[in-house]
Design a protein around this ligand. Structure first.
Ligand code: SAH
Length: 351
């Protein structure tokens, strides 16, 4: 990958580190992903990774039904926005909106997307959508039904590591030409929650300020505007120690510290902390459940059977897509679905 000056991001990082010292893991991950997503469509068999909406139309359809159902039971407010964070190819939005339309759900569509390459792909899938760089320009009136699938995991994490001298920010330095994670010099103890400070030497704590800020903003809007939200990602529902930073390229795990900007960097999502952030800003936490259980509660098995009946020649593909989304050894357990709602809205299905 080359930058405006014709150099790779790795070369730019090497110059920066040589001149000013190590950079934080958060800085490294943020710049690497900004470069990565701005320059390509990474999704699909020919790309680097495959997401749930790209596996089967059933995924987006069930999300559309979830939205239509809660909207109907909230009294079908006319002023309503569909908002999606990081919509990828727009496949989820297309499938969800098609399924929800049958129930009279016809929202304005707002897509929050940073990548110009992906915006162009989304424009083909979702005619009439309005794009935003971040949530701040999404209308502040009217109810909001918001969905984010594999968005939070792409936001940069800050890592702290426990050394003999105390907690330090985890940084990226240089060993010859190679990027290596090292402990920084500045004490971080005050930034670590008191109940987590005591740990074995070498323990790592991750936090994701961008995810917390997103949940803060979404929760505040749900409270004021009304509506509901689904956050789907791979993550954990109890806080834990350890680095979960990983890089994927051409469907294989690669070293996150090799060639920044050319692989997708992700970290597991800390759903426990994000639920607390949302609740402390007024939203109602509906629950955090495993993706497999949620899809089954939403009726994926009946939907798969119906699709098999109408296209028997694709029955094997439909069944294997269902298994990929639902089975615990595939995406069913690692991926979680977190639901949030306005305090004045009803409960959501599947929690
Ligand atoms: N939700 C899609 C795509 C997931 S990939 C799917 O499930 O297929 C992550 C998406 O988030 C991409 O669309 C990427 O461009 C977008 N993204 C990543 N970081 C972002 C940021 N900081 N601001 C806006 N969009 C971002």
């Amino acid at each position: 990958m080359t930058d405006a000056q014709g150099g790779s991001l790795a070369a730019a990082f090497r110059r920066l580190i040589a001149n000013t010292g190590p950079i934080s893991v958060m800085h490294y991950m943020g710049e690497a992903n900004a470069r990565y997503y701005a320059s390509r469509d990474p999704l699909g068999a020919a790309g680097d990774f495959v997401t749930a909406p790209e596996i089967s139309q059933m995924f987006g359809e069930l999300i559309g039904l979830w939205m239509a159902d809660i909207w109907l039971r909230a009294g079908q407010p006319d002023a309503v926005h569909y908002v999606e964070l990081g919509p990828g190819r727009g496949t989820l939005a297309r499938d969800a909106l098609r399924a929800a339309k049958r129930f009279g759900f016809a929202p304005q569509v707002h897509l929050v997307e940073g990548s110009p390459v992906l915006r162009a792909v989304q424009a083909g899938a979702v005619p009439g959508a309005i794009w935003h760089d971040d949530l701040s320009t999404v209308p502040a009136n009217g109810a909001m039904l918001l969905i984010a699938n594999e968005f939070l995991d792409a936001l940069p994490v800050r890592q702290s590591v426990l050394t003999a001298q105390g907690w330090r920010e985890r940084m990226v330095g240089l060993d010859e030409d190679r990027f290596v994670p090292i402990a920084g010099g500045r004490p971080m103890d005050a930034a670590i929650p008191a109940e987590r400070r005591t740990a074995p030497e070498g323990a790592i704590i991750e936090s994701c300020p961008g995810a917390a800020a997103t949940l803060h903003e979404v929760a505040g809007r749900l409270t004021v505007q009304g509506g509901a939200a689904l956050f789907i990602d791979y993550g954990y529902d109890r806080v834990q120690y350890g680095s979960t930073l990983q890089a994927v390229q051409a469907h294989r795990k690669v070293d996150p510290f090799t060639d920044p900007g050319t692989a997708d960097l992700t970290a597991l999502v800390d759903f426990e902390t994000l639920a607390q952030v949302a609740a402390s800003h007024g939203a109602r936490w509906l629950g955090t459940v495993e993706q497999g259980a949620w899809l089954q509660a939403m009726g994926i098995d009946a939907r798969a059977q119906a699709l098999c009946r109408s296209a028997p020649e694709h029955a094997d593909l439909i069944r294997s897509a269902r298994d990929r989304l639902v089975e615990p050894a595939q995406m069913g357990r690692l991926f979680k679905v977190m639901g949030l709602a306005s305090p004045t809205w009803p409960d959501g299905a599947g929690f």
